[in-house]
Write a protein that binds this ligand. Structure first.
Ligand SMILES: Cc1cc2nc3c(=O)[nH]c(=O)nc-3n(C[C@H](O)[C@H](O)[C@H](O)COP(=O)(O)O)c2cc1C
Length: 210
């Protein structure tokens, strides 16, 4: 067992992965518009209250377009990674009447087709995340990485990058006085059973916003 762990770990450390070549410090400053106070003031929350949510569609677009600028600035294609949103309060479509899932792309939110309605028992291990106004989550396309031995070499990088995007969302929230938290995100089992045509995707981490 121990030798297997050592082998697999050294294999991952030797691998090229996604991160080498990515130089965060080289990103244009406009992608890091935060002040030191935002970093100091950033905090996480465990509980949310949908009825107290002040989130607007404009806020949602701000998070989404910031994510997209960051993704593109890091040379990650929209094919490889897309931002998704569970909208619990009908910001995108007030007539939807139920939590709705969207994929963000080209500046707009497009509804994902679901096999079943999103309920209290759906999607997350921490059911209190359903009390957020919206949950942003990061979806990677598996076939994009297949030729690159994604499972061995890339999974750890995708986790690091998703954690980074979650953290940046947290800084943006802090900067805008919005309550939010990075969390483990959608359980893959729930994701595959609820989202249609999701076999080629994997969700990693999420950001809940009140
Ligand atoms: C990648 C990542 C995943 C996290 N997952 C969870 C989670 O599943 N559930 C949860 O309650 N908090 C989660 N957190 C929040 C951390 O528990 C929280 O950030 C930590 O307590 C530090 O608090 P701070 O963010 O206010 O500094 C996660 C944070 C990160 C960065």
């Amino acid at each position: 067992m121990l030798s297997r762990i050592i082998d697999e770990t050294s294999n991952v450390l030797r691998a090229d992965g996604y991160l080498p070549g990515l130089r965060l410090n080289d990103l244009p400053e406009v992608l890091f518009p935060f002040r030191e106070e935002d970093i100091a003031a950033r905090e996480s929350f465990r509980y949310f209250n949908r009825d107290a949510a002040h989130l607007t569609l404009e806020d949602l677009h701000e998070f989404a377009s910031y994510f997209d600028k960051l993704r593109a600035g890091m040379d990650i294609s929209e094919e490889a990674l897309s931002l998704h949103v569970i909208d619990n309060v009908g910001l995108v479509d007030p007539s939807s009447g139920a939590p709705t899932a969207y994929r963000y792309g080209g500046g707009t939110f497009r509804a994902r087709t679901l096999n079943e309605p999103i309920g209290r028992e759906s999607l997350y291990i921490q059911e209190e995340m359903h009390d957020a106004g919206a949950v942003l989550f990061f979806v990677w396309k598996l076939s994009f990485f297949e030729g690159k031995e994604m499972r061995d070499r890339y999974y750890r990088d995708l986790m690091i990058l998703s954690g980074f995007f979650g953290h940046q969302c947290s800084l943006l929230a802090s900067n805008r006085g919005i309550k939010g938290t990075v969390f483990a995100g959608l359980s893959p089992i729930e994701f595959y059973s609820v989202f249609q045509n999701s076999e080629d995707e994997i969700p990693i981490f999420a950001f809940a916003i009140e």
